[in-house]
Design a protein around this ligand. Structure first.
Ligand code: AQP
Length: 343
């Protein structure tokens, strides 16, 4: 931990978010959500459906609100408890947009230009990408800092964005002579599911925006679909090794073993102790059975939450009230620090 992080004296608070931009997948679950559920037992937690982030790429206005309800339903079904954690939609809390603008004036072009996720998402046609997609990581910094979030549970793909958030917090504190006003948020990248890869290519992360449905397991997939996707997952011709070192240079095998381990809460070594020497013909059905066993109860609960949108709306409304109550005084202080008139 850096000196700046240890010098921050405010309360410790977990902050994290997910985009309501499509079906939640196994990567989102194992990389982030599973940890959220555990962390809420010990920490003050704030979890946000980041719909402002979602519109950095085109979204169907007729579907966005229901996508926000759906992701909330998935969280509740997975065990996020709105009596323990604050659960809300980003667009219902004005602090995000206001602080994002201020931090856009703190962040440096060179820092944001280095972000690899923009390069990946914008692809070759970056001239046509939205400005919002470019400044996405600054909004992410604003999300966390509007709540003075100190710890951020995310998958490994978000590591670079978190480093930027730390730089922005530090720069703001120094530019405005506001020592330790913002904490430097620490990433919490935990567990064997921190980097779940595509089922079709073990070198690419599992992602909502992958055009191939077979590349990911979605929360809403039923047992047959899960089994089919695992059966069709890319693997190789060799048997599984007995030692972890034997996964070297076998990205698909490593990924499937890692998924099994994350679902079973076992290390790769423990999984290989059980399956070393077996071929994929035996391992894949065992993985499919485990995935169905773990995901089906969540999917069922999620569907029943989705049948009651008023209940989800009530959770989001209450969450927005609590979120505004935390973020408004922080933004008021930011305005004073920046020197705006009539703060
Ligand atoms: N493959 C993954 N392995 C582990 N964790 C992952 N996360 C995402 N993919 C993986 C984690 O899930 C959380 C929410 O992510 P998000 O919804 O904000 O968006 P994302 O990271 O951009 O997810 P996708 O699926 O990859 O969406 P697209 O395709 O739109 O870019 C984060 O904590 C993330 O680390």
């Amino acid at each position: 931990m850096s000196d700046a992080a240890t010098a921050y004296q405010g309360p410790q608070r977990i902050y994290s978010g997910m985009q309501p931009s499509g079906d939640l997948h196994l990567g989102n679950y194992l990389g982030a959500l599973i940890n959220w559920v555990k962390l809420q037992e010990e920490w003050e937690c704030v979890f946000c459906a980041v719909d402002l982030h979602a519109i950095t790429v085109p979204q169907d206005p007729k579907k966005l609100a229901s996508q926000t309800r759906e992701i909330t339903a998935a969280w509740l079904a997975a065990g996020v408890d709105p009596d323990k954690s604050i659960v809300y939609a980003q667009s219902s809390v004005p602090a995000h947009s206001e602080l994002a603008w201020i931090l856009n004036c703190t962040a440096r072009m060179g820092w944001v230009e280095r972000m690899t996720q923009f390069k990946d998402k914008a692809g070759k046609d970056s001239e046509r990408a939205s400005v919002g997609l470019f400044t996405y990581p600054v909004l992410q910094a604003a999300d966390i800092l509007a709540f003075k979030g100190t710890h951020v549970p995310v998958g490994e793909d978000q590591k670079q964005h978190l480093e930027l958030s730390r730089d922005i917090a530090d720069r703001f504190n120094r530019d405005f002579d506001a020592e330790n006003f913002f904490p430097q948020p620490e990433p919490l990248i935990q567990g064997p599911g921190a980097r779940v890869m595509s089922l079709k290519d073990g070198t690419k992360k599992m992602s909502k925006s992958d055009p191939s449905e077979l590349s990911r397991i979605n929360f809403i997939d039923d047992a047959d679909v899960i089994a089919k996707k695992i059966k069709k997952a890319k693997s190789d011709a060799d048997a599984l090794p007995s030692e972890v070192e034997g996964l070297e240079g076998r990205p698909e095998a490593r990924n499937l073993v890692g998924i099994y381990g994350a679902l079973a809460e076992k290390t790769n070594a423990e999984v290989l102790a059980e399956f070393g020497g077996e071929g994929f013909g035996k391992f894949k059905p065992a993985l499919a059975e485990l995935a169905v066993e773990k995901l089906s109860p969540i999917t069922q609960k999620m569907r029943s939450y989705m049948d009651d949108p008023a209940q989800i709306d009530a959770v989001l409304k209450k969450g927005a009230e609590k979120a505004n109550a935390i973020s408004e005084p922080i933004i008021k202080e930011v305005r004073e620090i920046v020197g705006f008139w009539n703060t």
